[in-house]
Design a protein around this ligand. Structure first.
Ligand code: URA
Length: 219
């Protein structure tokens, strides 16, 4: 009973804060446990995906990296040039910065899951199109169903708005812990934005400390 009350309370609170009337990704993750499989099995199943036209221009499908039981999942937007060439997420300049940020809050890159909303690079690194996001999102849901991380970190506006199903600006989404049916979610700036604007370093550091505190509290 109290669980239901608390779920409704969190829901109403979140709807009020976000001004959004849709909130389905987390529900689908929690409601459909799906068949038991590992991330590498899932990767084998989907790596030749042609659900949208991005397969035509990709060099590699970038599934994501990290163990099946990762406690934290960092989710970015889409592979860039380096990621497309190497088949791994966040390996370019922004990725190197992400690795340093992880280390600063005592996470090792190999212990966390790192992935993206889109698994294929949009040409010229343009923003993902809504239909590309819709096509790709069910794969991220499957990944999160396997991992069931305690906490998710959305890197940047696209990841945050997609996961939280809102069009609220990033500045309103960061700095707090969102509850997604049992998983926590923290929003912060994309590392590429930090490379462009060093003033974002301080708020990002605050978000990372929030993430670490929440992770430790849930341990
Ligand atoms: N930016 C992203 O959002 N993801 C990557 O994997 C690399 C850069």
């Amino acid at each position: 009973m109290w669980e239901v009350v608390s779920l409704v309370k969190t829901y109403v609170q979140q709807q009020t804060e976000l001004g959004t009337d849709e909130w389905y990704i987390a529900r689908r993750i929690m409601e459909k446990p799906g068949p038991t499989r590992t991330l590498s099995q899932l990767c084998r199943e989907v790596k030749d995906c042609r659900n949208c036209h991005l397969w035509r221009t990709r060099t590699n499908f970038v599934f994501g990296t990290g163990p099946d039981n990762a406690g934290v999942a960092f989710i970015g937007e889409a592979p860039g040039k380096d990621e497309d060439l190497q088949g791994e997420p966040f390996v370019g300049r922004a990725g190197q910065l992400l690795t340093r940020i992880l280390e600063a809050i005592q996470f090792r890159r190999e212990d966390v899951f790192i992935g993206n909303i889109l698994k294929c690079r949009p040409p010229e690194n343009r923003d993902p199109a809504p239909e590309e996001i819709e096509q790709c999102l069910s794969l991220l849901e499957k990944q999160l169903q396997i991992i069931r991380p305690k906490i998710i970190c959305a890197l940047g506006r696209i990841a945050a708005q997609t996961l939280l199903r809102t069009s609220a600006p990033l500045s309103r989404l960061r700095g707090k812990v969102h509850d997604l049916y049992g998983m926590r979610l923290v929003v912060t700036y994309h590392p590429a934005a930090l490379l462009r604007n060093p003033h974002l370093k301080r708020p990002t550091w605050e978000d990372m400390q929030l993430l670490r505190r929440e992770y430790d509290r849930l341990k």
